[in-house]
Design a binder for this molecule. Structure first.
Ligand SMILES: Cc1cc2nc3c(=O)[nH]c(=O)nc-3n(C[C@H](O)[C@H](O)[C@H](O)COP(=O)(O)O)c2cc1C
Length: 192
């Protein structure tokens, strides 16, 4: 699959097939893509907490916010990859989020390549989650990635004037995600 098609295929998924479990190796394979990503100053200060055991996955899910809700039992993801900053290696906060974003999208693309789906979750309950996972003080959670086999369809559509940026799920359980047209995003010298 061409990279652009993979980017288009890789949508935010909020409904998963709970019967499709993941192994630790499945998650490590995804993380192994992020290992080769660029990081500011090549600091490589990101750490990745992988979770695949149902009890822990469901406990983590309780501390995440999917759209306006928490994930519903029955359609929860079957794995999590948490992206953390190891502040003992690099405590320059300006670089954290950029590094995490690059790693997160790379993991999402690797998941899509394997017909898995994912969701980047920036809205999570930090303190309970750090406590649940007994994380050392120097490890800060930046992003939570849900992973699993998608149980919903999400389609991209060209955004029209007045359209909402919020994804909309229709009566057929298809999520419609609007993307702005290319010409609206690109700036160049006036008159050219
Ligand atoms: C950095 C980042 C944080 C996000 N945090 C959340 C979140 O906390 N909860 C959620 O449901 N979706 C979250 N999303 C997913 C976005 O809502 C999603 O990307 C958007 O709806 C567009 O859908 P698409 O990913 O299919 O293009 C996040 C996405 C990004 C890039």
């Amino acid at each position: 699959m061409k990279l652009k098609d993979l980017v288009i295929k890789s949508r935010s998924i909020r409904a998963y097939d709970e019967t499709c479990t993941l192994s630790k190796e499945d998650l490590l394979e995804l993380v192994d893509h992020a290992r080769f990503c660029p990081t500011a100053g090549n600091a490589q200060a990101l750490k990745f907490y992988v979770s695949w055991e149902t009890d822990e996955v469901n406990a983590i899910a309780e501390h995440t916010h999917w759209g306006k809700d928490r994930p519903y039992p029955g359609i929860r993801c079957t794995g999590f990859i948490l992206i953390l900053q190891d502040t003992a290696i690099d405590d320059r906060a300006w670089a954290w989020w950029r590094d995490a974003g690059i790693a997160a999208q790379t993991i999402m693309l690797a998941a899509a390549e394997r017909d898995l789906g994912g969701l980047m979750i920036g809205s999570f309950d930090r303190e309970p989650l750090e406590k649940l996972l007994s994380l050392d003080e120097h490890l800060k959670i930046l992003l939570v990635l849900a992973v699993g086999k998608p149980a919903e369809t999400s389609v991209l559509e060209e955004m029209q004037e007045g359209d909402s940026t919020l994804p909309l799920r229709d009566e057929n359980n298809v999520t419609h995600v609007k993307k702005r047209p290319l010409q609206e995003l690109v700036l160049s010298r006036k008159g050219e």
